[in-house]
Design a protein around this ligand. Structure first.
Ligand SMILES: [Zn+2]
Length: 272
């Protein structure tokens, strides 16, 4: 039987297969329902999810290739997606108890919960900023943001159907098609920068830091190198046509990594 459970420290990383294998069928089913809802709502506007295309994997390959060219060295790195749990799949983990995107010398791990949280964050922040002077929309965004941090981050649970529906309705009623495209690109750029950061740790041969000073130094270095690679991808692909996976690297999204850092800032503030 296929069994790819990976344990790092106290945490178990489960791929989608093991999520159901370990009694996480409920969350799995919710994710499918959400994908369906998203398709129904957005397909008429030209934003259907494509089952055959795995954008994250495509971007990951692109980023790794950029590192290979820059460093003139090929390190084999595997992208691993899963859902971080405790107690071998039986207990959810608070978002801020552990990093949800991290790396080991030949792997980059991305938690499914993290990708779902970041999309919500990008969409809600955008609408909130756009309708800053409209009380009704602003308060809906506040509710969505609060829900996002409480249920998803604080409890480490996937969004339930009502939570996602609320966001979809907000987007459907208050955004133009080009804005949905913008939010999508912003989201992918945030994820891409996070991947650039993790691959930087690998190329810089960072080991487990011996103290906080070294840990901070490593994080700053990974941010710096990661941002340089992110910018070089942007300069290379900023004018590409819409149907290519790398068309997410639009020039005006040079500051997308700052939105990711803002997310972490909010996350840690909220946790206290
Ligand atoms: Zn790091």
């Amino acid at each position: 039987m296929k069994h790819a459970l990976i344990t790092i420290g106290d945490y178990d990383i489960l791929n989608q297969y093991e999520i159901s294998f370990h009694g996480f069928r409920k969350e799995d089913a919710i994710k499918e329902t959400i994908d369906e809802m998203w398709n129904r709502l957005m397909a008429p506007r030209g934003f259907a999810l494509c089952d055959k295309k795995d954008l994250l994997k495509d971007l990951f390959t692109l980023i790794c290739a950029e590192f290979e060219t820059t460093y003139n060295e090929k390190i084999p790195i595997t992208l691993r997606e899963g859902y971080i749990t405790k107690n071998r799949g039986h207990q959810s983990v608070r978002h801020n108890d552990t990093s949800r995107i991290f790396s080991t010398p030949n792997n980059v791990y991305i938690d499914l919960l993290m990708s779902s949280v970041l999309f919500d964050y990008a969409a809600t922040s955008y609408l909130w900023a756009r309708y800053a002077d409209q009380e009704d929309i602003k308060s809906e965004c506040f509710k969505q943001m609060f829900y996002n941090f409480d249920a998803l981050c604080r409890k480490g649970m996937f969004a339930n159907v009502e939570g996602s529906l609320h966001l979809f309705n907000l987007l459907n009623l208050n955004s133009e098609n080009w804005e949905l495209g913008f939010i999508g690109d912003l989201y992918w750029c945030m994820i891409s920068f996070a991947v650039c950061h993790e691959v930087s740790h690998i190329y810089l041969r960072h080991n487990i830091p011996k103290d906080t000073t070294e840990a901070h130094m490593q994080e700053f270095q990974a941010d710096q190198v990661g941002y340089e690679i992110y910018l070089s991808l942007m300069m290379k692909y900023k004018d590409s046509s819409e149907d290519k996976e790398y068309s997410v690297f639009r020039e005006y999204l040079y500051a997308a990594p700052m939105i990711l850092l803002l997310f972490y800032h909010n996350l840690f503030s909220m946790s206290y």
